[in-house]
Design a protein around this ligand. Structure first.
Ligand code: AQP
Length: 328
């Protein structure tokens, strides 16, 4: 069975972009892959954050993952910092990653822009992400389009390691969806929807109250003109609404375009708002029930970390051996 690995940061409430770009594919893939999914808390500490909230956010993130349909009986769910092999492998991979490669990463450029104190962790983030993937010999990595460049780097690191030290790592393939791979901010459709955006006006959180969800979607910034057409470059606002509508109603974008052909933008906004509210309702109900029993969540994470650690520590031993380090 092929293996799949992906992660999400506990940096805030999960939004529609995370769900449509990544999580719904995690759920689909848990049935046909040996699936490993983690909450990447060590990535979350590379930017300013509130230590007093991190543990609770980690639990809440896991509850949201379970609420959207991840099943611990099918997938291994764990927290990155509970499996020390990730950071151990990262150190080894530091030595096969070039400074120039990291400097070219657009996420680093975006997140460091305008900050006076940029952590070395933010710069090294893509190496830890490569370690997250390679330490499980993952075949596929379901991510949104924003992670394409990091995935390419992980592939390069694996190939370079294998060339230099022998065949140790599987070179992973990105699994980037055809629809909604980059969900845009509703208030600013030139930018991707992001947990850390300065305003939440254009971000639909999975846990947002229904009235807020409806208001955010109905107030979405749309493009000039009146024609309903899918064209992300020329019509980013309308194309974004079409993608969201298609995803939450489980249809193709073409079907949605056909439904709204000849109608005004207002119609599409109202229908998308209603469909999204209906889609989120059962997820929110499941989340509330899961959060009533945080002990059950920590138990799932403890089982997941044990299984993940077993796999991951074997790979670290293989990598160290290939690199010529003295066995302990
Ligand atoms: N707007 C998006 N559209 C489609 N996919 C997206 N993803 C993120 N934003 C969009 C995908 O969600 C997964 C988890 O993301 P992450 O938590 O690792 O962090 P990120 O990619 O940096 O996402 P955010 O929301 O912008 O978080 P912050 O603000 O904390 O950095 C990934 O697979 C990602 O591709």
């Amino acid at each position: 069975m092929e293996r799949v690995l992906s992660g999400i940061q506990p940096t805030g409430e999960i939004h529609l972009g995370n769900y449509l770009g990544a999580l719904r594919h995690w759920v689909e893939m848990q049935d046909s892959f040996d699936a490993y999914y983690c909450v990447v808390d060590l990535h979350a500490i590379t930017v300013p954050y509130e230590p007093a909230k991190l543990a609770d956010r980690t639990i809440s993130t896991v509850a949201q993952l379970l609420a959207v349909g991840l099943d611990p009986a099918k997938a291994t769910l764990f927290v990155q910092s509970h499996v020390p092999a990730h950071t151990e492998l990262q150190w080894l991979l530091n030595s096969v990653t070039q400074y120039g490669e990291l400097r070219r990463m657009t996420q680093f450029k975006d997140k460091s822009q305008g900050q006076d104190a940029v952590s070395a962790g933010l710069f090294n983030y893509p190496i830890l992400m490569a370690a997250d993937i390679l330490v499980y010999n993952a075949d596929r990595v379901p991510v949104g389009d924003d992670q394409r460049q990091h995935l390419e780097l992980a592939r390069n690191i694996a190939q370079r390691f294998n060339q230099r030290f022998g065949d140790v790592f599987t070179v992973p393939d990105a699994a980037i969806p055809g629809v909604a791979a980059r969900v845009m901010d509703l208030a600013n459709p030139e930018n991707k929807m992001s947990k850390s955006a300065s305003s939440t006006q254009g971000i639909v959180g999975l846990l947002d109250p229904p009235k807020q969800v409806a208001k955010k979607i109905r107030s979405a910034v749309t493009d000039s003109g009146a024609e309903i057409a899918f064209d992300p470059a020329a019509k980013p606002g309308i194309s974004n609404l079409l993608s969201i509508n298609a995803a939450v109603t489980d249809r193709s974008v073409d079907d949605v375009v056909a439904e709204f052909d000849g109608q005004g933008y207002g119609h599409l906004k109202v229908a998308t708002a209603n469909a999204t509210v209906a889609f989120l309702e059962p997820i929110q109900a499941r989340y509330a029930a899961l959060m009533d029993d945080p002990g059950a969540i920590t138990a799932i994470l403890s089982t997941g970390a044990k299984k993940a650690s077993q796999q991951a520590s074997e790979m670290v031993i293989r990598a160290k051996d290939a690199m010529g380090l003295l066995a302990g």
